[in-house]
Write a protein that binds this ligand. Structure first.
Ligand SMILES: C[S@@+](CC[C@H](N)C(=O)[O-])C[C@H]1O[C@@H](n2cnc3c(N)ncnc32)[C@H](O)[C@@H]1O
Length: 227
């Protein structure tokens, strides 16, 4: 089995860097912002207990080093064999599995938390509910299902997506649509936070974004719900 993302095993970061070059920001800025937000969301949900996490559509696993200390154990799955191979070689203490079709090859209720970052816009609309059913199945009752996506209302996000060669198939979904998807699977306490509204690393940025996260200004958003 091959996947369109196999071609980006070694070039994934440089392709992303090129498509966001107009912003003057490096890819690491976006990865750090995601890791910081996930740390906050997990702490609010799990308290001091660190969850074990499955990252669905993990790609080459670029986020995973940043999640050390935030999660207790990490697993990743992706339909791209080349991406999974790189993620495995760079993060030998994590567990990676190739995803074949729409089924996640993990047992029911295996994870405290499941996550999909910039994955759903690549999943055909008719298949999105099925992927979420699977994410919920492998999440323990009381655990957290989290989706991070591009904000389609942000013009700079749209520009970056239009410049990214692996986003040619992207059908963006907004926070409201994502909340509806989670609600359809019976997830509870569903909420969204927009982030990456300000293009600089300042401690106050994260505080302001926490307060104004409901306003769809940021480049991306996080939606989560309790299983
Ligand atoms: C833009 S990349 C994001 C990778 C990673 N989550 C990240 O944020 O760096 C999208 C990933 O979604 C994966 N993907 C595409 N369709 C998928 C599906 N139906 N289920 C799971 N992953 C999928 C691709 O193989 C690719 O690795």
């Amino acid at each position: 089995m091959t996947s369109a993302f196999d071609a980006y095993r070694t070039s994934y970061e440089s392709v992303v860097e090129e498509s966001i070059a107009f912003s003057g920001l490096e890819h690491g800025f976006f990865l750090d912002a995601k890791a910081d937000l996930l740390a906050d969301v997990f702490e609010r949900h799990f308290g001091t207990r660190r969850p074990n996490l499955l990252d669905v559509g993990c790609g080459v696993g670029l986020l995973h080093r940043r999640l050390i200390g935030i999660v207790s154990e990490m697993a990743g799955t992706d339909p791209s064999p080349e991406s999974v191979a790189r993620a495995e070689s760079e993060n030998p203490s994590n567990l990676y599995r190739l995803q074949q079709g729409g089924t996640l090859s993990f047992g029911d209720r295996t994870f405290d938390a499941t996550l999909a970052v910039c994955v759903f816009h690549h999943v055909p609309v008719a298949e999105r509910s099925g992927l979420l059913v699977e994410m919920r199945r492998v999440t323990r009752p009381g655990g957290l299902v989290t989706i991070i996506e591009h904000n389609p209302w942000n013009p700079l996000t749209r520009l970056a997506v239009s410049r990214c060669p692996f986003d040619h198939d992207a059908v963006l979904l907004g926070a409201r649509e994502t909340r509806t998807l989670l609600a359809q699977q019976g997830l509870r306490d569903i909420s969204s936070r927009h982030f990456l509204a300000f293009p600089f690393r300042r401690p106050w940025v994260r505080s302001v974004e926490k307060v104004f996260g409901q306003v769809p200004l940021g480049a991306q958003f996080l939606t989560c719900g309790t299983a």
